[in-house]
Design a protein around this ligand. Structure first.
Ligand code: 5AD
Ligand code: SF4
Length: 475
């Protein structure tokens, strides 16, 4: 069922991508690590921090698991299916270990944090279990594990932001990069395991964020996505309070001012926290992309309350109206959960009606998966039968398919200045880009001398539900 679903942020679509080292001389290193990441963009960004820490300790990256001395799997716990995928993958690694006894296998990220040393009991061939705030201790944990001990560090921190670590960007297209601006989450949505696996929310020093972004720009990157579980609650005060606090709006503005040809995106926004100040900043700078990922989760106020989302259906709709009044051309997407505890048919209809009202350009859609330890697991019964959850999800997906197609059709005839990200997946004679609203645009290269990283104006001539099809417009 979930295979149907577009999910760029979590488990299903971005599965098991490994670093493909392309810049570093492999000869410099005696031992090599292989790392595979699952789940949200935050996990992918964390793997780049891990790669940097490992490289600092003398380990070289490899894209070939057969050649690795250390294999890491950066895991996701958001839904049960994500955990099953990781366990399946571990089976392959364990069979490699049977052939190469010195191979060490490490589990990183949310599953490591959730299961802690239980993981070692369940998966005997795993050597290291390291939670998201403990990556600095990897070199010493590896030493312990190499000495035959099982190594676990799942301590969560109130301060760790890895601010001073320059991520190693090994599998990047050289154009787009993710920059983590905060860690953890304080929201306690009742269905969500993240506050337990990633700990308390903390914001990263803006000076280090700006330095990382400027550095990326100087190295040819032209698009930065600022990442956090809830970016709108970014709030940084210096420990000595020597200067005033930095809010998300002011951080966004400072990043946008690095260069007019640096595109700035961000994810994820919580509807309760996104302010007019952020919307006004987006309106003021052309290089801040006009796209907001605004998870609704449910269209029913009763369910929203059980989910502890702290807004009602009306409040959410007013927020969408506000976005559209300040940013009339803003793309909006959502996360939606079907079949949360006690959901009835009329709640489900409320969700469909909210989708129609908001005309989401796309959505990430899931059915509810109970996670141990969450507020919902403790308080409410997971009482919607799986068949009903799946049927409701199917209805949500098919409505979204129609809305996406309608949204794309409205763009036919419009022109956009877009950043070329690389070849189109299906056709090397065409470029792939995304417009400000985060829609994929493909267009034939023709005989123009453009290259990856160039900005080009395209006119939309046609579309599918997932893609705009354009032509280069030479003005
Ligand atoms: N079941 C289903 N979906 C979930 N999400 C988070 N927790 C669960 C769960 N227990 C979804 C939410 C969130 C997205 C990242 O994943 O929609 O916004
Ligand atoms: Fe989970 Fe809610 Fe935090 Fe998002 S805002 S990570 S859904 S608790």
């Amino acid at each position: 069922m979930e295979e149907l679903i577009l999910d760029k942020k979590h488990d299903e679509a971005r599965q098991g991508e490994a670093f493909a080292p392309n810049e570093l001389s492999q000869k410099e290193f005696k031992q090599h690590f292989y790392i595979e990441s699952y789940g949200c963009q935050m996990n992918f960004a964390d793997s780049e921090v891990v790669a940097s820490i490992l490289q600092g300790a003398g380990f070289g990256p490899t894209g070939n698991q057969e050649e690795a001395d250390l294999i890491f799997i950066n895991t996701c716990s958001i839904r049960e299916k994500a955990e099953q995928t990781v366990r399946k993958r571990l089976t392959t690694f364990k069979s490699l270990k049977r052939r190469k006894k010195t191979l060490l296998i490490g589990v990183l990220g949310c599953m490591a944090e959730r299961l802690k040393s239980k993981f070692l009991e369940e998966e005997k061939l795993v050597d290291l279990v390291v939670g998201p705030d403990a990556y600095r201790s990897l070199p010493s944990l590896i030493e312990e594990a190499a000495g035959g001990l099982k190594a676990v560090n799942v301590l969560l921190s109130r301060e760790e932001t890895y601010a001073d670590i320059a991520p190693v960007r090994l599998d990047s297209n050289g154009i787009s990069a993710f920059v983590s601006i905060m860690r953890g989450c304080n929201n306690m949505c009742s269905f969500c395991v993240v506050p337990f696996t990633r700990g308390r929310e903390r914001s990263r020093d803006p000076i280090s964020i700006l330095a990382e972004c400027s550095d990326l720009y100087e190295n040819g990157y032209r698009e930065i996505t600022l990442l956090g579980q809830n970016v709108d609650s970014y709030y940084y005060t210096t420990p000595q309070e020597t200067s005033g606090p930095v809010t998300f709006a002011s951080l966004l503005e400072q990043v946008a001012r690095i260069a007019p040809d640096l595109l700035v995106r961000f994810s994820t926004s919580h509807p309760k926290d996104i302010t007019d100040e952020v919307l006004d900043t987006m309106a003021k700078y052309e290089n801040i992309c006009k796209y907001i990922h605004l998870p609704v989760q449910s269209g029913s106020s009763r369910i929203l309350q059980l989910m502890n989302r702290t807004y009602t259906r009306e409040w959410y709709l007013a927020k969408v109206d506000r976005i559209r009044s300040i940013l009339p051309d803003c793309g909006i997407s959502a996360d939606i959960i079907a079949g949360f505890c006690t959901e009835e048919e009329k709640d489900h209809q409320d969700t469909l009606a909210v989708m129609e009202y908001c005309k989401y350009d796309f959505s990430y859609m899931f059915y509810y998966s109970e996670r141990p330890g969450t507020l919902a697991a403790r308080r409410y019964k997971d009482d919607v039968p799986e068949k009903v959850k799946k049927r409701r999800l199917e209805e949500i997906v098919s409505l979204q398919n129609r809305l996406s197609l309608e949204s794309n059709k409205r763009d036919i005839g419009k022109t956009y200045k877009v950043l070329i990200e690389g070849d189109s997946k299906k056709d090397t004679a065409a470029w792939k880009a995304r417009n400000s609203q985060n829609k994929v645009v493909v267009f034939p290269k023709e005989n123009h001398p453009f290259k990856k990283g160039d900005f080009v104006t395209v006119v939309v001539a046609d579309c599918t539900q997932g893609t705009l099809k354009g032509r280069i417009l030479i003005q």
